[in-house]
Design a protein around this ligand. Structure first.
Ligand code: IPM
Ligand code: MG
Length: 357
């Protein structure tokens, strides 16, 4: 009998619904090919949830996502909800979801497709062959640290990490490195911050269990520079929540378009799979959004969440083939395009490549 999976779907705001629909199209085509079934259940989060029920993370969503095998996520937020108090902002909904599902490890690959080597603002020889995995701690650090307070005269947040939190994210990074080029760069600010001093000590300790993996440490300011200067020196980067937020956006630009890169947020429970880009309200509804980041996130869901490795590979291969054949959405249309396609056309073409491969 073929397997059945339950996928929670959070389309979100802006371009979210358009790009998630294309990922579902591709998932359906890969499921048919590899003989498994996917049942989708939609949940509200972010601006859409605020409009519908008045809060960014409804109880029904929180309970519902615990009963699925994985969550496919679009994007949230937009100017419409920017002036709400913090607890009602769309972002607060996403942070709450990550915390609730304890998705402490955020995997953000920055891969340069050969076909798009001219799409980056950096020189082709600097970025050709770049293949980095940023492993960002996602449920701790300054995003969640207490105490925190805002007053009009003085405001503060606290960057906290416990030994256990550092240990578990370091292990994820070393395990991933073992399946790659066996190099880990741990990024911190240990020359200034006590929290980074502990980070460095614990990463060093964990590395003893991985004698084959080469570990180096880098300060975050230097890491930002090195990412632009010589990105090929990196294999796996492991870092805390806010440093990872910043470095992963920087790393994404190596690939040329932020519309290409996926992410997986995993822990011991249900994982969340989402593009690293935002909801792009300025281009919503125009059919020009690039669905590839979300489709690649669906591939990460198959790989890390459902252990359907062949199906994941099939999607990755289809994305490469479609790019090699010159299909481009508007964001990457300036680079060796043979045909410029809409959001839905891109989804259909990738789905077709999957089924005919
Ligand atoms: C990201 C985003 C989020 C973050 C925001 C929307 C809360 O920038 O996923 O990188 O800072 O984690
Ligand atoms: Mg970010």
């Amino acid at each position: 009998m073929s397997k059945n999976y339950k996928i929670g779907v959070i389309k979100g705001d802006g371009i979210g619904p358009e790009i998630v629909d294309e990922a579902i199209k591709v998932l359906d085509s890969v499921a048919a090919k590899f003989d498994f079934n996917i049942e989708y259940k939609e949940f509200l989060l972010g601006g859409a949830a605020i409009d519908e029920v008045g809060v960014p993370l409804p109880e029904e969503t929180l309970n519902g996502v615990k009963k699925v095998d994985a969550v496919l996520f679009g994007a949230i937020g937009g100017p419409k909800w920017d002036n709400l108090p913090r607890e009602l902002r769309p972002e607060t909904g996403l942070l709450g979801l990550r915390k609730e599902l304890e998705t402490f490890a955020n995997l953000r690959p920055a891969v340069v497709y050969d076909e798009l080597v001219n799409a980056s603002t950096l020189k082709p020889e600097v970025i050709k062959g770049v293949d980095i995995m940023v492993v960002r701690e996602l449920t701790g650090g300054i995003y969640f640290g207490e105490p925190r307070e805002y007053t009009p005269q003085r405001a503060y947040n606290t960057m906290v990490y416990t030994r256990e939190e550092i240990k578990r994210i370091a292990k994820v990074a070393f395990d991933i490195a073992m399946k790659r080029d066996k190099r880990v760069t741990s990024v911190d600010k240990a020359n200034v911050l006590e929290v980074s001093q502990l980070w460095r000590e614990v990463v060093q300790e964990v590395s003893k269990d991985y004698p084959e993996v080469e570990l180096n440490h880098m300060y975050v300011d230097n890491a930002a520079m090195q990412l632009i200067r010589e990105p090929k020196q990196f294999d796996v980067i492991v870092t805390g929540n806010i440093f990872g937020d910043i470095l992963s956006d920087a790393a994404s630009m190596l690939s040329g378009s932020i519309g290409l890169l996926p992410s997986a947020s995993i822990g011991s429970k249900v994982g969340i799979y989402e593009p690293i880009h935002g909801s792009a309200p300025d281009i919503a509804g125009q059919g020009i959004a690039n669905p590839i980041a979300t489709i690649a996130s669906a591939a990460m869901m198959l790989k890390y969440g459902l252990n359907e490795l062949e199906a994941a590979k099939a999607i990755e291969n289809a994305i490469k083939a479609v790019l090699a054949d010159g299909y481009r959405t508007k964001d990457i249309s300036a680079y060796d395009a043979k045909e410029i396609v809409t959001t839905t056309e891109m989804g259909s073409i990738i789905a077709n490549y999957v089924s005919k491969a």
